[in-house]
Design a binder for this molecule. Sequence first.
Ligand code: SAH
Length: 341
Amino acid sequence: MKNIKDYDLDALKEEMKQLEEKPFRAEQIFKWLYVDKVKSFNEMTNLSLELREKLKENYDICNFTIERKLESKDGTKKYLFGLNDGNAIETVLMEYHHGKSVCVSTQIGCKMGCKFCASTGIPFVRNITSGEIVEQIIAIEQDNNCKVSNVVFMGIGEPMDNFENVINAIAILNNHKGMNIGARHISVSTSGIVPKIYEFADKNIQCTLSISLHSANDRIRSSMMPINKLYNIGELMKACKYYINKTNRRISFEYALAKDNNDNLKDAKELVDLLKGMLCHVNLIPINKVENGNYKKSSLYNIMKFRDYLNNNGIVATIRRELGSDIDAACGQLRRKNLKE
Ligand code: SAH
């Protein structure tokens, strides 16, 4: 059955046309779903009983069940949500001084195979639909009785490998008649699927693009991320420059530091040479150790030296605060494993 949360307002108006209903019905439904956040068509009391029945016959309202919830000492919460088809996904809620941020998953499993990431090794099952992406935020808002201000597409999966659904989910989240999360408060992170970066640029969406770079050296990057063998750093940078020119927006480069792998001054120097003059920001992340992973966290001393080298050479870099590592909710630690525990 179709999921009513898969439609942005304009598409929902089209759906209403198909049902021979007036377009303003779509506005009413949209408000019920994303402002009042009701869980059933029965609660949509300004719709006729007949229309509610028609909606029930044609659509599901994708409500998740909370299979498991873990809370970190720092307030971060990790959810394992059960989906309607029996699959499960992880989503994380983080508290920052500027508000609440949700890290959403975009695929059940991931095909990218990055060597340092816990999501590697989960067999790819399917893409997460737009409605299911949006529902991750709604379910968290309801469970915490809060308003989420920021969304990062950094959970399990590769957003650019589920492009249409991600773009549509952003439109739904962004709509001021519903969730009303400003594009500037949304970040999409990619391992570097070059053709999709061009497409993303052409859409001119005002959200932040994050690139998981992790090394400025093709040999090292390829050893960490198989995607680099398909699209190397040169091609990736061309796409990034196209994005910056087209949107006038700063790119955020993610760089997870692993001891003796990509954390030496020579690596920092290569990074400066690569990014010099670009409108960008570098986010340094102490790499999180994952089960069976070969990478070790860099020392804080090395990370600070790395940051200082970048900053002293004209590249804005900050060290990302680690959240939720005690509940395996930090970067790269998501893997649905709790289902089996
Ligand atoms: N597939 C997308 C989004 C999911 S990963 C991407 O690759 O960007 C979200 C971020 O966490 C990426 O920057 C990824 O490289 C990083 N990450 C993955 N495993 C990590 C680990 N073990 N330690 C630190 N960061 C990690």
